[in-house]
Design a protein around this ligand. Structure first.
Ligand SMILES: [Zn+2]
Length: 381
């Protein structure tokens, strides 16, 4: 079979920049055959202008919210943002399938190969069935009243079952809690005891109001609950940050914590003492869109956290592009080496989703997709 031979200015293999003078060898269908010195590559080497990189892994997206692009005002804070989403998510959807097609196409063209995607319904099922990209569907469950926990759980389990039918090499799924402020203790229990359910994910510490709720049962979420007539009377504040209160439910599992904009070093220390495999997903553009603030990324690096990247949804972002997230991080934290951020965007994301045998690196036998990075990122295979 004919080989594809690619030489760029540099090759990033998922964890390291290998330097110039190397050639990436792939089979015609994109499976990595190896990386060799230029002198050993033989003829027919195609030279491209930029860094060759495995396809990106977007570990947090909501494809089903793609019709809300530009609908919600920016920098309002999370409680106001959520109020807008809940009031307008069913309006003006137009042809939702065409909008989802377009959003996936944009992810594809900017070099994303695999996605961790939040689902509240089966709106994205048809798209995922096509198997163009890898998806892990995180079927999200929420409900603050303990009395409603069983019916909420059952509803989401029904959605999960419809996604399980398309499980295979291009799809896996699990049922997950939405956020610490939207899930009762009873519902956390049900979710945590679901068998064969890994990894899980949760929106974590995206707003200061979340920690305040758990510390003292005060703050902006109380008026949010009141606005929507949600009964929060059973909620008892723990006097801790939210993370300390819920993480022990997931002992023995693997969890992807998403956003972490208001996570402290004490929270991270606590997490590192728990028997939970923890991954920290950063969605910087969405954080700027909603709260106009970024997580303390230096703190996560210093404390040797496993970092991944996500785009969040088109309700809270202008693009679904991991390269745009990387550019935002580089603009705010110019001291972080590109090599390190690229690992968050590729190999780490694949490990977090448990798909590192195929995605996220140029290890021999993987089929990660190939991205060319110069000023922009673009898919070449
Ligand atoms: Zn999200």
């Amino acid at each position: 079979m004919k080989q594809i031979k690619l030489k760029g200015k540099d090759i990033f293999n998922g964890t390291h920049l290998l330097g110039p003078g190397k050639v990436l060898l792939l089979s015609e269908d994109g499976v990595v055959a190896g990386i060799v010195a230029e002198s050993e590559a033989g003829s027919d080497v195609t030279e491209v202008d930029g860094i060759l990189c495995p396809g990106f892994v977007n570990t947090h997206c909501h494809l089903e919210l793609s019709h809300m692009k530009g609908v919600i005002p920016e920098k309002t804070g999370l409680p106001a943002f959520l109020t807008h989403v809940m009031q307008s998510r069913n309006q003006g959807a137009g042809d939702i399938n065409a909008i989802i097609d377009k959003a996936e196409q944009d992810m594809w063209e900017t070099g994303i190969s695999a996605v961790g995607d939040i689902c509240n319904s089966n709106a994205t099922l048809v798209k995922k069935q096509q198997g163009r990209m890898y998806y892990h569907s995180f079927v999200e469950c929420m409900g603050v009243a303990p009395a409603g926990a069983n019916s909420r759980y059952q509803y989401s389990m029904d959605v999960l079952h419809s996604f399980r039918e398309i499980n295979g090499p291009h799809h896996q799924c699990s049922i997950v809690p939405h956020a610490p402020y939207s899930v009762s203790g009873s519902l956390f229990e049900l979710l945590a005891h679901t068998p064969d359910n890994t990894p899980v994910c949760i929106h974590n510490q995206e707003t200061p109001a979340e920690n305040e709720l758990y510390q003292q049962k005060t703050g902006e979420f109380l008026s949010f609950y009141q606005h929507f007539g949600m009964d929060i009377s059973a909620f008892q504040p723990t006097g801790t940050n939210s993370l300390e209160a819920y993480l022990p439910y997931f002992s023995g599992n693997k969890i992807l914590l998403v956003h972490n904009t208001f996570t402290s070093s004490e929270d991270i220390e606590f997490t590192q003492q728990q028997p939970v495999e923890t991954w920290w997903c950063l969605c910087p553009q969405a954080n700027l869109y909603i709260e106009n603030r970024l997580p303390d990324i230096e703190q996560f690096r210093r404390m040797k956290c496993n970092i991944t990247l996500g785009t969040d949804s088109l309700a809270s972002n202008h693009r679904l592009s991991i390269w745009e997230e990387i550019k935002t991080i580089r603009a705010h934290f110019p001291e972080i080496p590109l090599e390190e951020i690229l690992q968050w965007a590729t190999f780490n994301g694949a490990k977090a989703l448990g798909i590192q045998e195929t995605y996220g690196s140029f290890n021999t036998g993987c089929k990660p997709g190939v991205v060319l990075i110069n000023q922009e990122s673009s898919r070449i295979i």
